[in-house]
Design a protein around this ligand. Structure first.
Ligand code: ASP
Length: 586
């Protein structure tokens, strides 16, 4: 037997037992005639003690150990003199009688401690060592638990987990595909699924009724903190349901996760229309942990012309930062620089401070009387001590997005975005389409199988851009954790939607013909959604990036620096696939 206990389980009650532990040497502390070693495994850390006066031979052995050696220690559990309240095993130590090196280790390139000295790049290169760190391993333990509870909940609700293939063809989530050349069919390529969207709809046609899958999806997009080229979805679909059934079912799943994992009783989720989310938060994924809603000010300022920038602006919006009137000029200048950054692109920022006596001091004082500024104060519902921040612009949507960034930044600066506080909601009634300047056509906001709201169907002919979809997102703390829709199950309506998206009947047939064909054989009304498991876990873990809850993530260039992927392949392999590379440095 390599061990009788793990490094995380011995307590005072075990004092006197002879035990065998195995693990990694985290740290060696030499103090005269005593040496102490922190021995680590997945379950925790236990202190080994070596006393020269008790066992000189083992003491000498212990002093030869280096960091990350794998050792086996046999000894007796003793109560510690100086206890460590930080460690669950901190009341005891093992007085070692026998020590065996199972494997020596070269010195690792960074310290394997919570506060490591290793930078991002080196830790990614040696990810297997990074994963030894408790902080990282904890995230994966959490991920396991969440996936397990998802399966438990969905199983109890009668869902079947069905695997769908990874080598498929293009799926319609609107990102670029990763492709895989087919050796047996030269010149032809598989695409990796951006989601199992079509397949899960086909499973509904097959009568599976309630499907789910915890599944890898692949999208060749530019990477961000909450995006990886391959990521995991909790993908779900149900038959004979309306939107309400789906919202209830998956609100239930989220409630189950919050309760079992976090011990939190999730209140009934509020619902916000997409239009309101844009109007009040400038985002379809509002962070509702704090208020600071937008107030539209164009009517008010246009009634009091004087300041050219506002007079000509199509949209003027303000937010009221409670208690932030103490912001110095320098802090406000920094906010102005923030919104002027090219990624945000605002021209400037107007502020108004509400003094304790109620008077308002503003950066545009010279254009407005105190009466107008008092009107501003009342529109903003502001009181003494508050700071009002205003952005304006020609394009309402663009200005709202800028104001959204400012609101989030203010929320951060004022400590209103506590990662341990959760605010969840459904955003509903998304538009069916959004205009793409790049493609000069309407694009599906969710995907082309999303059903319009029945009452909006007549507008498909007259004003498609105004048609709302039976589509919904679950948003937690400003993160879209899940989203889906009721699907079109009527082949005629589907054809019409393809037509508005600019597909000729031939193109639609070539791309999605098999789905439309399948629908002819009796498709039940159906709908579903998918959660991003990585995002859900990182929210629960309070992480900034989803990378830290993925065992082997890719970096911002989409590379796995540990494996050296992607890599070049040799000429023979290229020849076999009948592929020729052009202009590529090999
Ligand atoms: N396939 C969709 C997505 O990946 C989710 C859904 O509509 O069920 O966003």
């Amino acid at each position: 037997m390599y061990r009788t206990f793990t490094c995380g389980e011995l307590r005072l009650a075990d004092v006197g037992k002879t035990v065998v532990l195995a693990g990694w040497v985290q740290r060696v502390r030499k103090m005269g005639g005593m040496t102490f070693i922190d021995l680590r495994d997945r379950y925790g850390i236990t202190q080994l003690s070596f006393d020269e006066s008790i066992n000189a031979e083992v003491f000498v052995e212990a002093n030869k150990l280096g960091r990350e050696y794998v050792v086996q220690a046999t000894g007796v559990v003793k109560e510690r003199y100086s206890k460590n309240a930080q460690l669950p095993t901190g009341d005891i130590e093992i007085e070692v009688e026998k020590l065996q090196v199972l494997n020596p280790a070269v010195t690792p390139p960074f310290t394997i401690e919570d506060d490591t000295d290793g930078g991002d790049d080196i830790r990614m290169k040696y990810r297997y060592l990074d994963l030894r760190r408790t902080a990282v391993r904890k995230n994966l333990e959490l991920r396991h638990k969440m996936a397990f509870e998802v399966r438990r909940y969905l199983d109890e609700q009668g869902f079947l987990e069905v695997e769908t293939p990874v080598l498929v063809n293009s799926t319609p989530e609107g990102a670029r595909d990763f492709v895989v050349p087919s050796r047996m069919n030269p010149g032809q390529f598989y695409a990796l699924p951006q989601s199992p969207q079509i397949l899960k709809q086909l499973l509904m046609v097959s009568g599976f009724d309630r499907y789910f899958q915890i599944v890898k999806c692949f999208r060749d997009e530019d990477l961000r903190a909450d995006r990886q080229p391959e990521f995991t979805q909790i993908d779900c679909e149900m038959s004979f349901v309306e939107q309400e059934d789906i919202l209830q079912m998956f609100e239930g799943m989220s409630r189950h996760l919050f309760k079992t994992i976090k011990g939190i009783d999730l209140p009934k989720l509020p619902r916000m229309t997409w239009a309101d989310a844009m109007k009040y938060y400038g985002s379809d994924k509002p962070d509702t942990r704090f208020d600071m809603r937008f107030v539209e000010l164009h009517d008010m300022f246009h009634a009091h012309p004087g300041f050219g920038v506002f007079d000509g602006a199509a949209y003027i919006g303000g937010i009221c930062a409670k208690g932030a009137a103490s912001y110095t000029r320098k802090q406000i200048d920094a906010l102005t620089d923030y919104v002027r950054r090219p990624q945000i692109g605002a021209k400037g920022l107007v502020y108004a401070r509400v003094e304790q006596d109620g008077t308002v001091k503003s950066s545009v004082d010279k254009f407005y009387s105190q009466d107008v500024l008092q009107e501003l104060k009342s529109q903003m519902n502001a009181e003494g001590g508050d700071l009002i921040l205003i952005l304006s612009g020609d394009d309402a949507m663009r200005t709202r997005k800028q104001l959204c960034e400012l609101r989030l930044e203010m929320g951060k600066q004022l400590g209103l975005r506590d990662p341990q506080k959760f605010s969840c909601l459904w955003v509903i009634d998304f538009p069916m389409y959004e205009w793409s300047d790049e493609e000069q056509r309407l694009m599906a906001m969710h995907h082309p199988f999303t059903s319009p709201k029945p009452e909006d169907i007549p507008m498909l002919d007259t004003d498609p851009a105004a048609v709302r979809a039976n589509a919904y997102d679950m948003v937690i703390n400003g993160v879209e954790v899940g989203g889906g829709s009721i699907r079109i199950h009527d082949a005629k309506l589907q054809e019409k939607v393809f037509e508005i998206l600019g597909f000729t009947p031939e193109q639609a047939q070539a791309k999605f013909g098999f789905l439309m064909n399948a629908f002819k054989y009796g498709a039940p009304p159906h709908g579903g959604l998918a959660y991003g498991l990585d995002r859900f876990v990182s929210l629960f873990a309070g992480l900034d990036s989803i990378r830290d809850c993925i065992a082997f993530p890719k970096n911002n260039q989409g590379k796995d620096v540990m494996l050296g992927a992607p890599g070049v392949i040799d000429q023979a392999q290229l020849d076999e696939l009948q592929l020729k590379l052009s202009n590529t440095k090999q």
